[in-house]
Design a protein around this ligand. Structure first.
Ligand code: SF4
Ligand code: FES
Length: 255
């Protein structure tokens, strides 16, 4: 289906192409892969007219809905909550629904996140990522049986793990990690963040077991503190700090 014409496109003072109704022109370069078509990946380029305050996800939808319906990408909420649209945008892991067009103009390069097998275009196989997540027992473990009422904790106890409750399992951190790229057995930053969330929860009894798992060769000591994970996290979680806290707990058994 052809797009409606958007009117004349003019050059404005900062060099961005601005058309009628405040439209801007965005050039998108997208890494494509489709094993049914060819063995290697390739680049496709698209030009779209869009709004500066649209999200990059809207721009990708525009490509998919009006220019090339074969483009494959994953998304759900479009509001930074579900974590399904992590991708590499201009070389950095981002959620496409949280990047504004005006922040990438005049062009954006879009690639799948690294370190996980690409299934098609921007869609990767998340199973190795979730295998690492599951390996750290990311759920409440409590041996006291079912309580009569909720398990209480103080605000201070809750604050201890507040930051790591914010994780949406988008994989932006883990797939920004050079150790994960080179060692698929490393559980990765996201798994450690989710272990942290329970290790320091006063209601949980599973800290010993999680720390034993994370002390193994595939655990926290693979981390080389490059901070890529913290930089990549769209939720602003201090991922590297959480990893360091878990390392310290293993070394000094202070948890
Ligand atoms: S820690 Fe941040 S970057 Fe990593 S999976 Fe969770 S939300 Fe995504
Ligand atoms: S689509 Fe849900 S986080 Fe972006």
């Amino acid at each position: 289906m052809a797009e409606e014409p958007l009117g004349d496109v003019l050059d404005d003072s900062d060099g961005r192409r601005v058309g009628a109704g405040g439209k801007v022109t965005l050039a998108l370069r997208i890494r494509r892969y489709n094993p049914d078509v060819r063995e290697d990946s390739w680049w496709d380029e698209f030009t779209i007219d869009t709004e500066p305050d649209d999200r990059l996800l809207d721009a990708l939808h525009q490509v998919k809905w009006y220019q090339d319906g074969t483009l494959a990408l994953r998304r759900s909420c479009a509001h930074g909550i579900c974590g399904s649209d992590a991708m590499m945008i201009n070389g950095k892991n981002r959620l496409a629904c949280k990047v504004l067009v005006k922040d990438v103009l005049p062009k954006a390069t879009v690639e799948p996140i690294r370190g996980l097998p690409v299934l098609k275009d921007l869609i990767v196989d998340m199973e190795p990522f979730f295998a690492g997540y599951r390996s750290v027992l990311p759920y409440l473990i409590n041996d006291e049986g079912e309580p009569d009422r909720e398990r209480l904790q103080t605000p201070e106890e809750r604050h201890r793990f507040d930051d790591t409750t914010k994780c949406i399992l988008c994989a932006a951190c883990t797939t920004a990690c050079p150790i994960f790229w080179g060692d698929e057995e490393y559980v990765g930053p996201a798994a450690i963040v989710n272990a942290h969330r329970f290790i320091y929860d006063s209601r949980d009894d599973g800290a010993d077991e999680r720390l034993r798992i994370l002390a193994e060769r595939t655990g926290v000591f693979r981390c080389r503190t490059t901070f890529n994970c913290t930089e990549a996290c769209p939720r602003g979680i201090e991922v590297t700090k959480a990893i360091q806290e878990v390392k310290r707990s293993i070394l000094f058994e202070r948890f």
